[in-house]
Write a protein that binds this ligand. Structure first.
Ligand SMILES: Cc1cc2nc3c(=O)[nH]c(=O)nc-3n(C[C@H](O)[C@H](O)[C@H](O)COP(=O)(O)O)c2cc1C
Length: 184
C-alpha cells in the first residue's frame, strides 16, 4: 500500500510540474514575442502549418460566432503581391471577417494574435501586417478567393527565422508598465 501511495505522489508531482512548466512556456512565448522582419528560405511542414491555423480556429469570439476565414497563401508569387520582400517558403495567412463591424474585427484580431503566437511557440518567425489590407480589399479578393462581402482584417506572415535573429535582438521596446497600468 505504502509503495502504491509513494508512486501516486510521484506521478501527481510529475504531472503538476509538467503543467506548471507548460504555463511558464506559454507566458514566456507571450512575453518574448516579436514581429520577425528577417527570414531564411525553407518550407513549413504541413503538420506545423495545420497547428498554427488551428490556433486561429480555436480563438474565442463574442457569442462564439467565429466570424473569420483563413486564406493560406503558400505561393511566393501571390504572397509577393501582398507583402513585398517575401522569402521563399514564407506563408501568409489572410484573416477576413464576415463584416466590417467592430465586433467581428475584434474577434478576428484575437485569431490573428493566436496564430502569431502559435507560430512563435513552434519556433517560427511571424509578423502581423495591416499595411496590405486596403489593397487586398480593393484589388486582391479575386486572386485570393475571398468573397466580395468579406472584409480582410490582417495578414500574418510565418516563416523560418533567419539564424541571427532572436527575441532579445529583434523585439522593439515597449513603454514602461508604470505609464500604462493603473491599479485601483
Ligand atoms: C495590428 C498590427 C499591424 C501591423 N502592421 C504592420 C505592417 O503593415 N507592416 C509591418 O512591417 N509591420 C506591421 N506590424 C508589426 C509592428 O510594427 C510590430 O509588431 C511592432 O512595431 C512591435 O515591434 P516588435 O514586434 O519588433 O516587438 C503590425 C503589428 C500589428 C499588431
Amino acid at each position: 500500500m505504502k509503495k502504491i501511495l509513494t508512486m501516486l505522489v510521484f506521478f501527481v508531482a510529475v504531472i503538476a510540474n509538467g503543467a506548471a512548466d507548460g504555463a511558464a512556456d506559454a507566458v514566456s512565448i507571450i512575453l518574448n514575442n516579436f514581429g520577425a522582419a528577417r527570414y531564411a528560405p525553407g518550407t513549413i511542414p504541413k503538420a506545423d502549418l495545420d497547428k498554427i491555423i488551428a490556433a486561429g480556429v480555436r480563438a474565442p469570439s463574442a457569442r462564439n460566432r467565429q466570424p473569420w476565414h483563413f486564406t493560406v497563401v503558400s505561393t511566393t508569387a501571390l504572397a509577393q503581391k501582398i507583402v513585398g520582400g517575401i522569402t521563399e517558403g514564407n506563408v501568409l495567412i489572410v484573416v477576413s471577417a464576415d463584416s466590417g463591424n467592430a465586433a467581428d474585427t475584434l474577434d478576428c484580431a484575437l485569431a490573428v494574435e493566436s496564430i502569431y503566437l502559435a507560430a512563435q511557440a513552434l519556433g517560427y518567425g511571424s509578423r502581423i501586417y495591416t499595411g496590405p489590407i486596403a489593397n487586398i480589399n480593393s484589388s486582391l479578393k479575386n486572386d485570393l478567393g475571398i468573397s466580395r462581402e468579406r472584409n480582410a482584417v490582417a495578414v500574418i506572415r510565418v516563416g523560418r527565422l533567419a539564424s541571427n535573429v532572436d527575441a532579445a535582438s529583434s523585439a522593439s521596446p515597449r513603454k514602461s508598465m508604470d505609464s500604462m497600468v493603473t491599479y485601483k
